[in-house]
Write a protein that binds this ligand. Structure first.
Ligand code: J2J
Length: 535
């Protein structure tokens, strides 16, 4: 039995045996999956992006040539590679080439800047960093210059497009050669945790466990080779990647269409032209789409399923989906750590509108506990704990944090406050973790607080969520200044200069003299939130 990447927590042997026996883990890798689909669906369209249309065969061949190119650069099995690409076709040949080599993509988001990227490169000891030249008006080569200055271990910057001083991806297509391939039980890549701690945590996912989540998702969402999935959210995120997302679509032999931006003016023409059957959105985007669809300027009749997840969808918005778009709503409550819940396509409308679905697997174990760690009575709200065949047992190289984030018997503590209906469906009621969910973008309060504390005029900082009708939540930073108080604008530009992603910059800054305390002398964020509603 090959061992798991060092720094990762294995499933106990009895679980491994069971997950294999039950047929969840089938010993397939992503590299093999693409090769098999190319044999079976060769001429079918796998990916559509901009002016590119790749058949499965072409996709597979391009991937093999990139494997050879990466190999020639010296990238080898288990090397980490930070991949920060928007929704372009190259995203998928790059990650499949890395999968095939056994090198490990770290899925950064296009919104990340030097604070995040430096950390990912340093913490994972990445050998390479893959970027576009420009996207959404931002030049990633200037970011890469900064990163390379800060992280000497980074050997290669690979650019899709005009390379500047770096290596162009276009030069890496080489003659395919037979190379050893990774084992299915090993880690395939790292997802990023939304997190609630000072720095983001890395989530190691194996070929076996992730491909099982794809197969389960494909079945629940009814995908097959006639399905057309529109990827409008950033492809690196776990939801559009795997629930069932682009990877699930490829698993099913369907067609994945990539939109560079999720706005209706970009997405609607694609739905009409490509006859898209299913897509995934976060709640604020779903509301924008519902409003735009009323104008009926585009034929959206091919759309059968609109998935919404990542943050709580209001019942009011949920109810508008079928009448406005003429398709089924599917609520999705998932997490990059593993567990994904779906409402089923044939569920009664009440369940679809009012719940966040039920787990993929009969072997997803779920517990709801109170503050003392005891199981709550059925139907009561408490923190959701989970373990199962595609939920991690630990973050990468995070022993101390893992001791808190996982129980001794391996349940992941989600930090979500959930209740389970008599039908076994989840309803997300709130959160026990110190995180802000800004329209699906997750912000760890402590991470932003640490950056604020680095400003010389800041004595103390506490970051909280405030309700927002559009995003669900926005961010407010409470700051205790030193003698000379800075302005809010000084602080937000300070955070930007430190290279913090824009979605983490506080929407509002309040200066106060002290923080309200809890009984045990911690900052009471609940009381801080109440001071805002009083104002
Ligand atoms: C309320 N909160 C939700 C929902 C996630 C599919 C879908 C989403 C994600 C995701 C994902 C929610 N209602 N419907 O990975 O595969 C909040 C919870 C959860 C956290 C996870 C997928 N859907 N959430 O959002 O890792 O708080 O994954 O613990 O980004 O988002 O965030 P993330």
């Amino acid at each position: 039995e090959a061992s798991l990447l060092p720094g990762c927590t294995p499933w106990p042997e009895e679980f491994v045996t069971h997950y294999r026996k039950a047929g969840y883990w089938r010993g397939e890798t992503f590299g093999q999956m693409l090769r098999e689909r190319a044999q079976r669906h060769g001429g079918r369209t796998a990916l559509v992006a901009g002016t590119q249309r790749w058949s499965y065969r072409e996709f597979d061949e391009r991937t093999d040539r990139l494997v050879a190119g990466f190999h020639a650069l010296g990238i080898k099995a288990r090397d980490r590679v930070v991949v920060q690409l928007p929704n372009i076709a190259e995203f998928f040949e790059v990650v499949f080439a890395l999968f095939r080599l056994g090198a490990l993509p770290v899925f950064a988001l296009p919104a990340h800047r030097s604070a995040e990227i430096n950390y990912f490169c340093e913490f994972t000891e990445a050998v390479a960093y893959v970027i576009p030249d420009k996207h959404s008006g931002f030049d990633y080569r200037t970011l890469a210059e900064k990163v390379r200055g800060a992280v000497p271990g980074l050997r290669h910057v690979i650019v899709v497009g005009e390379p500047g001083p770096f290596t162009p991806l276009s030069q890496l297509y080489a003659t395919p050669a037979a190379l050893p391939e990774p084992v299915p039980s090993d880690v395939a890549f790292f997802q990023l945790s939304g997190g609630s701690t000072g720095v983001p945590k890395l989530i190691p996912r194996t070929h076996d466990d992730y491909i099982y989540s794809l197969r389960g998702s494909v079945e629940i969402c009814g995908l097959d080779e006639t399905s057309v999935y529109l990827c409008a959210l950033p492809a690196a995120h776990n939801f559009p990647l795997s629930s069932p997302g682009v990877l699930g679509t490829l698993y099913a032999g369907g067609t994945a269409v990539l939109a560079l931006h999720p706005s209706p003016d970009q997405a609607f023409p694609l739905i009409e032209r490509e006859r898209v059957t299913i897509t995934a959105l976060v709640p604020p985007l779903a509301m924008i789409w519902l409003d735009a669809a009323k104008a009926r300027r585009h034929d959206l009749s091919s759309l059968k399923v609109l998935q919404v997840g990542g943050a709580r969808l209001s019942a009011e918005a949920a109810q508008r989906v079928r009448p406005t778009l003429g398709c089924t709503l599917q609520q999705v409550y998932g997490m990059a750590e593993g567990l994904v819940n779906y409402t089923r396509l044939d569920d009664p409308e009440e369940l679809i509108v009012a719940t966040q679905g039920r787990p993929i697997s009969p072997d997803d174990e779920v517990r709801i506990i109170d503050e003392d760690g005891r199981d709550v009575a059925p139907g009561e709200t408490g923190q959701l704990l989970t373990r199962g065949p595609y939920t991690i047992r630990g973050y990468y190289n995070a022993e101390a944090h893992n001791a808190r984030a996982f129980t001794s018997d391996g349940f992941y503590c989600t930090g979500d406050l959930v209740r389970v209906t008599p039908e076994g469906y989840m309803v997300v009621e709130g959160r026990a973790k110190d995180q802000i969910n800004r329209g699906g973008d997750k912000i760890a309060a402590e991470e932003v607080e640490n950056h604020l504390l680095a400003h010389p005029a800041v004595h103390d900082a506490a970051v909280i969520s405030i309700p927002d009708p559009f995003l669900g939540e926005r961010t407010c930073a409470f700051v205790i200044p030193r003698e000379a108080p800075p302005t809010a604008a000084t602080l937000t530009s300070f955070l930007r200069e430190r290279g913090l992603a824009a979605y983490k910059i506080p929407d509002r800054v309040e200066f106060v003299a002290t923080f309200p305390q809890t009984g045990v002398g911690k900052v009471s964020k609940k009381a801080l939130r109440e001071t805002l509603t009083r104002r």
